[in-house]
Design a protein around this ligand. Structure first.
Ligand code: NAD
Length: 472
């Protein structure tokens, strides 16, 4: 792993296996970092912060642009196999992640020159008031497995752009992608002390990092359960935290939507990467007049998905990340069906950790399948009498990450979007949308804060008021 830019083992010399979800092959062994490694990384990062934040905006911009250039070229191509093997991505999804990572790095590079300040009037004309925007210091970055490259790039590039140093703790499922990204940043010229990548487990490494007194901010993308623990630790030190957590996103299909077209969009929004997407539209609410036609079309699409080899260009998705993830999804479906839902298709594993695309009609509204994150290729479909009921059903969730409305009636779509309780609402699209400039983030159990473009800059900087007594 990387400690201040140096390749090191864990101080205890413990290691763990990285497994391929597709066939259980051991891909590599990586260091199993613990509290003492976290201490060392935070100490180094404090020095790295002074070096990096002292560089001119143009110098920081040049490093991030170089990283983008490397990612867009041969350097990026090297991530393809790692993403496929380590995270079970199909090749198309792995390519998209690399492309989006280039975009994120370029966007973050642009932010280096945009640490704008402000001035404001003072009643005393001899006093000047200025507002400076300053980096926070050392940012801990704890990332998930589902988009192990693009999410890590996003969580790292924007804090770096603002002048912070970072200590990264990637998911224990996908450390190889993170180690390769660390290498790429060092190759791009990032001062070594500004970067550490500690490979390890949540309890042993993520928890000591998020509770470390030497940190100025902790950024987590992960489950709500982890987010609550990380948020509590941040509050004990009264420091910034940015939490991008789980979701149970709703997609509304309004009565004027074309059922075939809507089913194609909805299927993309739930089955991409086997539903292991925080914004996946795992709940679909359909206005009654199109319910039957839409549901039939969705089932046809689910059953027609090609689930071949991960390197097959036509494969739509691969395995879930591990056995626990598959068991959880199967149990949620079985519970909903036992309590009266109708299983329209799927509901079982196809082979290994790959789950059949699953469509469940009318689950009880208090069951885990409807209320909790499933993070698998499983979608629930319910019928609503009218738009009011559809919105009520969609909003009846503790999460609020993303939502979508399928209609050709723009005013109805906009009216629905204004009433949906969600960090984002997409009209004419599914709920899984990314944009490097967008303020991505959620309400309720979906997290705190926003990331992307200038919104990340706001998250990873602090404002300082400086005033001067300056008699004329
Ligand atoms: P997870 O919460 O299990 O793990 C995320 C990271 O937190 C890992 O690096 C893990 O090691 C670490 N961790 C675990 N326990 C910890 C602790 N006590 N203290 C500190 N760190 C700890 O999540 P996951 O299973 O890797 O990822 C899937 C989850 O991430 C889903 O809930 C998904 O919705 C969410 N997610 C959210 C977004 C978003 O933008 N809102 C994006 C992607 C994924």
């Amino acid at each position: 792993m990387w400690l201040g830019g140096e390749p090191v083992a864990a101080q205890t010399d413990a290691w763990f296996d990285v497994l391929a979800p597709a066939d259980g092959t051991v891909l590599a062994q990586v260091p199993r970092a613990g509290r003492e490694d976290v201490d060392a990384a935070v100490t180094v990062a404090r020095q790295g912060f002074f070096t990096w934040s002292g560089q001119a905006p143009a110098a920081r911009e040049a490093v991030l642009l170089k990283a983008a250039e490397l990612m867009a070229g041969e350097g990026g191509a090297r991530f393809l196999d790692t993403l496929i093997d380590e995270s079970g991505s199909v090749i198309a999804k792995a390519r998209n992640e690399i492309r989006y990572s280039v975009d994120l790095l370029r966007t973050a590079a642009g932010e280096c020159r945009r640490l704008y300040g402000d001035t404001f009037p003072n009643d005393n004309p001899e006093r000047l008031s200025m507002v400076f925007r300053e980096p926070l210091g050392v940012v801990g970055v704890v990332s998930p497995y589902n988009a192990p490259l693009s999410l890590l790039v996003k969580m790292t590039a924007f804090p770096l752009a603002a002048g912070n140093a970072v200590v990264i703790k990637p998911s224990e499922e996908t450390p190889l992608t993170a180690l390769a990204f660390g290498q790429l940043l060092l190759d791009a010229g990032l001062p070594p002390q500004a970067l550490s990548v500690l490979t390890g487990f949540g309890g042993e490494c993520g928890a000591p990092l998020s509770g470390h007194p030497g940190l100025d901010c902790i950024a987590l993308t992960g489950s709500t359960h982890t987010g609550i623990a990380v948020g509590k630790a941040a509050m004990e030190h009264m420091r910034r935290c940015q939490l991008e957590l789980g979701g149970k996103s709703a997609l509304l299909v309004l009565a004027d939507a074309d059922p075939e077209e809507a089913a194609a969009i909805a299927a993309d929004g739930i089955f991409t990467h086997a539903g292991q997407i925080c914004m996946a539209n795992s709940r679909i609410v359909v206005e009654a007049p199109v319910f039957r036609d839409f549901t039939a079309a969705l089932v046809r699409r689910a059953e027609a998905l090609h689930l071949g080899d991960l390197r097959d260009e036509n494969s739509r998705y691969g395995p879930l990340i591990n056995r626990a993830a598959l068991d959880k999804a199967l149990a949620q479906v079985a519970d909903a069906v036992a309590r009266g839902a109708t299983l329209l298709t799927g509901g079982e594993a196809l082979h290994g950790l790959t789950m059949k695309p699953t469509v469940v009609e009318a689950p009880p509204l208090d069951c885990a399948l409807w209320r909790e994150e499933t993070f698998a290729p499983v979608v629930s479909v319910v019928s609503a009498e009218n738009l009011d009921e559809a919105i009520e059903l969609a909003n009846d969730s503790a999460y609020g990450l993303s939502a979508a409305v399928l209609t050709h009636h723009l005013q109805r779509g906009l009216a629905a979007a204004r009433r949906l309780r969600s960090g984002a609402v997409h009209i004419g699209m599914h709920a899984f949308q990314s944009n490097a400039l967008a303020p991505i983030g959620g309400l309720g159990l979906s997290g705190l804060g926003r990331s992307g473009g200038r919104y990340s800059t706001e998250e990873f900087t602090e404002l300082k008021w400086i005033s001067v007594e300056a008699p004329a």
